[in-house]
Design a protein around this ligand. Structure first.
Ligand code: NAI
Ligand code: 13P
Length: 330
């Protein structure tokens, strides 16, 4: 691949991925952020103290706020929140017009309002680009500390997915490849909603048995939703799906889990996020809406959306889930 790799979005995950890509070899990595002052500080201090404290930027990383610089990239990692994917792409505009430019979405979510998956937004706004998605169990802080991590990168173009996975893989980040873009997107988006549910269980002190039941039944509804949207079952059994569910449904390091924990303790949604990005809170209502349209039963996601909406309390949600008519396990 000629030309630098560009990471668009200089938050926690963008900075961690830029470092991982630099350590993987392959040359320059542009780290683009929209705030020129903040990017000047990154360039001067070689750290991103606000988003990823205590982590030094690899020498190959060039922090920049110059959109034109991204135009020279051989591939773009798009690492902004799911609700900002459209705005970020629109903001970069013609900079992303090169034919066959791989744009790898690293966000986990579904767009509210449109119900669009991130790669569909890429296809809509950058019709000459090749959309791809990278997802899986991976805390930015772990990747930044070079702890062993595995993710999956999917693109409809199998050869390109293989090449990009090789470009990003390094001693501590193992990138699998695949072609099931929709399956990988759904795994990342849905697990955030289920992580909120597991956090609520922990915060309310409902016990480890309840949490394990939620993970298993949550996986069942995630897989149903994915199948209804054309994803392959084996994708959801993999890193983006089961893998990420296991990670974020069991760790307070997850912002979605921590948000749920605060709700479980009795905090209200407006303060429970504590200023952090909670993708599942944005995705819950749109996931539930899409499930209803597709005729897919997602009682746990529905309960999360209803709690966030203020329509039901945590106790009512628990009663509702426990009192559902008994059924065969499927
Ligand atoms: N932090 C983590 O451990 C992981 C995060 N992710 C996913 O990566 C995505 C980003 O998460 P984080 O980096 O953690 O969030 P963050 O809150 O640390 O950073 C988000 C960055 O996006 C920028 N941004 C927001 N709107 C923008 C726009 N319209 N144009 C340009 N830049 C914009 C913000 O200025 C900020 O620098 C989320 O979808 C998250 O689910 C995925 C795996 C791991
Ligand atoms: O997606 C993640 C780990 O795979 C990060 O999870 P949170 O966004 O819940 O912190």
């Amino acid at each position: 691949m000629s030309g630098p790799l560009a990471v668009v979005g200089a938050g926690a995950w963008g900075t961690a991925l830029a470092n991982a890509a630099a350590r993987a070899g392959g040359g320059r990595v542009l780290l683009w952020g929209r705030n020129p002052d903040a990017m000047a500080v990154l360039a001067a201090t070689r750290t991103n103290e606000r988003a990823l404290p205590g982590v030094e930027l690899a020498p190959e990383i060039e922090p920049t706020a110059d959109a034109a610089a991204v135009g020279a990239a051989s591939a773009v990692l798009l690492v902004v929140p799911a609700q900002a994917v459209r705005g970020a792409l629109a903001g970069l505009g013609s900079v992303l017009a090169a034919p066959d430019l791989p744009i790898i979405v690293c966000a986990k979510g579904i767009e509210r309002g449109s119900g669009a998956f991130p790669c569909d937004i890429v296809a809509e706004l950058c019709p000459r680009a090749v959309p791809a998605v990278l997802s899986g169990p991976s805390f930015a802080a772990d990747v930044a500390r070079d702890l062993p991590t595995a993710v999956v990168l999917a693109s409809a173009k199998a050869g390109l997915a293989r090449k990009l996975a090789a470009r990003l893989s390094g001693p501590a980040l193992r990138v699998y490849h695949g072609t099931d873009v929709r399956g990988v997107e759904i795994g990342g988006a849905a697990k955030n909603v289920l992580a909120i549910a597991c956090g609520i269980v922990a915060g309310r002190g409902l016990g480890e048995s309840a949490r394990a039941a939620l993970v298993a039944r949550g996986f069942a509804e995630l897989a149903r939703f994915a199948r209804a949207h054309g994803a392959r079952a084996e994708t959801l059994m993999g890193l983006s799906g089961l893998g990420d569910l296991v990670l974020t449904c069991g760790s307070a390091q997850s912002r979605n889990f921590a948000f749920g924990e605060a709700l479980g303790r009795g905090e209200v949604p407006a303060t429970a996020a504590a200023g952090k990005l909670v993708e599942g809170a944005f995705t819950a209502p749109v996931l539930v809406d899409k499930a209803a349209r597709a005729g897919v039963d997602m009682p746990i996601a529905q309960a999360v959306a209803a709690i966030l909406d203020g329509a039901i309390t945590v106790n009512e949600a628990v009663d509702m889930l426990m009192m559902r008519p008994l059924k065969a396990e499927a």
